[in-house]
Design a protein around this ligand. Structure first.
Ligand code: PGA
Length: 242
């Protein structure tokens, strides 16, 4: 089953979220053979939870802290996300790594708590353009995977999203050959680290309605993490293949 995840970043307030789902729920009747996951911003999670309460569509938060509760002003509780009915937490997105200085070490601690609550972490990894041009893509992916998964429980669920940083929000999508090679590298590294061969590996970075078909036909691509093109019902539905 292919997985289609929407990363809404800091878009859509609760009203806009409700409006999106009232259109979505009217149109998306045929998604039974797909796993669809929404990652709204934190203040819109309640609106998403209500709108999706009786559907098979899952949702989660874009980040969470490594403690479930306590004196951590401004942080997001994975426990609260779980209590609200969320299923996933996005972790280590490149915007978190670069703009908010998240390290693999920090991500590993967050991931540990997420798994201990039986939420599913979707771990994002990816190289910058400079790293790719220096021939370092595989070693960067390996470093991020080893570091971010240092405290992982291999018996619990995990998803990985390969997102080349230079393709995120730029309109520059990775070529088929680049996606194939990176996904094979990620799969090999996960195998070497002892993860199940069934761990899904998603692609993200400027996925659009006009390139989704070709990208999803790559056998090693288990799904997408979609930013900009997931904000409109029509374009995300097209990507999901309806
Ligand atoms: P994009 O974002 O689809 O807008 O490139 C993807 C992401 O950041 O997850």
């Amino acid at each position: 089953m292919k997985i289609f995840a929407a990363n809404w970043k800091l878009h859509k307030n609760p009203n806009e979220t409700r409006e999106f789902f009232s259109n979505w729920n009217r149109q998306a009747l045929e998604l039974s053979s797909r796993e669809v996951i929404f990652f709204p911003q934190t203040v819109s999670l309640e609106a998403a939870a209500t709108a999706l309460a009786h559907s098979k569509i899952s949702w989660g938060a874009q980040n969470s802290y490594f403690e479930a509760k306590g004196a951590f002003t401004g942080e997001i509780s994975a426990q609260a996300v779980k209590d609200m009915g969320g299923k996933y937490i996005l972790l280590g997105h490149s915007e978190r790594r670069t703009l908010f200085h998240e390290t693999d070490e920090l991500i590993a601690k967050k991931l540990k708590l997420v798994q201990s609550l039986d939420l599913i972490p979707m771990l994002c990894i990816g190289e910058t353009l400079a790293e790719r041009e220096a021939g370092k893509t595989k070693s960067i992916l390996e470093k991020q995977l080893k570091g971010s998964l240092a405290l992982v429980d291999k018996k619990k669920h995990l998803m990985v999203a390969y997102e080349p940083v230079w393709a995120i929000g730029t309109g520059k999508v990775a070529s088929i050959a680049q996606v194939k090679e990176a996904h094979e590298d990620v799969r090999n590294i996960l195998n070497e680290l002892g993860f199940s061969n069934k761990t899904p590996i998603l692609y993200g970075g400027s996925v659009k309605p006009d390139n989704a078909k070709e990208l999803i036909s790559i056998p090693s691509v288990d799904g997408f993490l979609v930013g900009g093109a997931s904000l409109e019902v029509e374009s995300f539905l097209t990507i999901c293949g309806v």
